[in-house]
Write a protein that binds this ligand. Structure first.
Ligand code: MEV
Length: 440
């Protein structure tokens, strides 16, 4: 049954739940108890979560795990990860250990510039618009002084404002294209507040500008918003070792292994169908850390995939080569992250995650997150080009199957032991549990 309701957001939480369960569920008591099962007993903590968004009726849990032994620029980290996919944390830990013994990860922040735009329409003379922009630019900056004051004190703020002519794409379309340095803040609120003030000043000053005709004075602001495309907020992560040190797998020589690995990366560089899955594996690591540290994974996803298409064709984010007997595997990706503001000071688990990472600056977090992505990609490619992905994946997925079959702890132990030497499939586990239960 479907139903609509007006004034839902004004109802109490209890009333909201009553309406939901009565309207949509055949067993309303069951539905209610599932929703309530996830409430936190700590009333203050629950209220905090209730107030993150509108219409909270329960909490949605994800596992919060850690991957230890990450050696990054000679410092060891244990990386927090929030993710539901069975094999991700295990794969990250394995890759971390592998590279710990081979010099670890090397990272570098290349740039930290973020972008915001005021999109507007102007149908007059472009030279007059350019003249107006030159005249008004100091006032644009002056009018955001109260917003930028604190950021400037810390060394950040507005880097530049450019007037961009986009009339080739849309008749009358121009932008104020603004670059920002937001230091340890992701900066969305800061950037958007500045942009909205720029738009106001730009519009109002346009009305007063003597150089415009009456018609030209009427600049039409369309919208003001930051961009999640941040190709100049870039970080590089890299691992390298002698080819002979890749000698982990007895079934394949180190040289064959390096060459197969590089082929796999090359395929992702030229073939979009593969590149999307290849990059999805990278995002398994990236999103998990981004989420655990209270950052906006949708913004990161959007920006990273746009970057992967920057040459006009979707391609691999990572690259690999062998030169002079040295295997190198690396990635450069755009990551606009924050370690202050937003959820970082609010969500207790996010605070804990940041403490676990030694209270990183945004630049440090960019490097840690990039490493988690590269490690994940390394682990996936290593499995794909040797044993295949299913062996490790099913090992981790075994517990999900056992839980689906409501196995008790004793059954779990027996089955896990049995499948150490046997290929795991859903039906094989069902059979094994069935046999076990009929025997007893
Ligand atoms: C699964 O979540 C991610 C992989 O498909 C990534 C890849 O294929 O490289 C294993």
């Amino acid at each position: 049954m479907s139903a609509s309701i007006s004034g839902f957001s004004k109802l109490s939480k209890t009333k909201k739940i009553d309406w939901i369960v009565d309207t949509y569920f055949s067993n309303s008591e069951d539905a209610k108890s599932i929703l309530k099962q996830y409430w936190n007993n700590d009333v203050k903590l629950q209220q905090l979560h209730d107030e993150f968004i509108e219409n909270t009726i329960s909490n949605y849990y994800l596992p919060f795990g850690v991957a230890p032994n990450f050696l990054i620029n000679k410092k060891i980290y244990t990386i927090p990860m929030a993710i539901e996919e069975s094999s991700v944390v295990a794969a990250a830990s394995k890759a971390a250990k592998f590279w710990m013994d081979r010099g670890g990860f090397k990272t570098k922040v290349i740039s930290t510039t973020k972008i915001g735009q005021v999109h507007f329409m102007f149908y007059g003379n472009v030279d007059k618009l350019k003249k107006f922009f030159k005249t008004v630019k100091p006032k644009l900056i002056k009018d955001v002084a109260s917003i930028t004051k604190n950021m400037e004190k810390r060394g950040g703020g507005i880097i530049d404002i450019e007037l961009r002519d986009k009339t080739k794409d849309i008749n009358g379309y121009y932008q104020l294209h603004v670059s920002f340095e937001t230091l340890d803040a992701m900066g969305a609120n800061f950037i958007n507040s500045c942009l909205e003030q720029f738009a106001k000043t730009f519009k109002n000053e346009g009305l007063l500008f003597d150089g415009f005709s009456e018609e030209e004075k009427n600049i039409k602001i369309v919208m003001s918003i930051l961009s999640n495309y941040v190709p100049d907020c870039l970080v590089r992560a890299e691992v390298s070792c002698k080819v002979e040190d890749l000698n982990e797998d007895k079934n394949i020589t180190a040289e064959e292994y390096a060459s197969k690995f590089i082929q796999a990366v090359n395929i992702a560089e030229v073939e979009p169908y593969r590149a999307v899955t290849h990059n999805k594996g990278i995002m398994n690591g990236i999103d998990a850390v981004v989420l655990a540290t209270g950052n906006d994974f949708r913004a990161i996803e959007a920006g990273v995939h746009a970057y992967a298409s920057r040459h006009g064709k979707y391609s691999s984010l990572s690259h690999a080569k062998v030169e002079n007997g040295i295997f190198t595997f690396w990635m450069e990706i755009p990551l606009a992250l924050g370690t202050v503001g937003g959820l970082t000071g609010l969500h207790p688990l996010v605070k804990l995650a940041l403490e676990l990472l030694h209270h990183p600056s945004a630049k440090e977090l960019m490097q840690i997150v990039a490493v988690a992505g590269l490690a994940q990609n390394f682990a996936a490619l290593r499995s794909l080009t040797t044993t295949g992905i299913q062996e490790g994946h099913m090992k981790m997925h075994l517990m999900n199957i056992l839980n689906q079959l409501e196995a008790n702890n004793e059954e779990k132990q027996i089955i896990i032991e049995r499948f150490k030497t046997q290929a795991i499939s859903h039906s094989a586990v069902v059979d094994a549990i069935h046999n076990l239960r009929t025997k007893n």
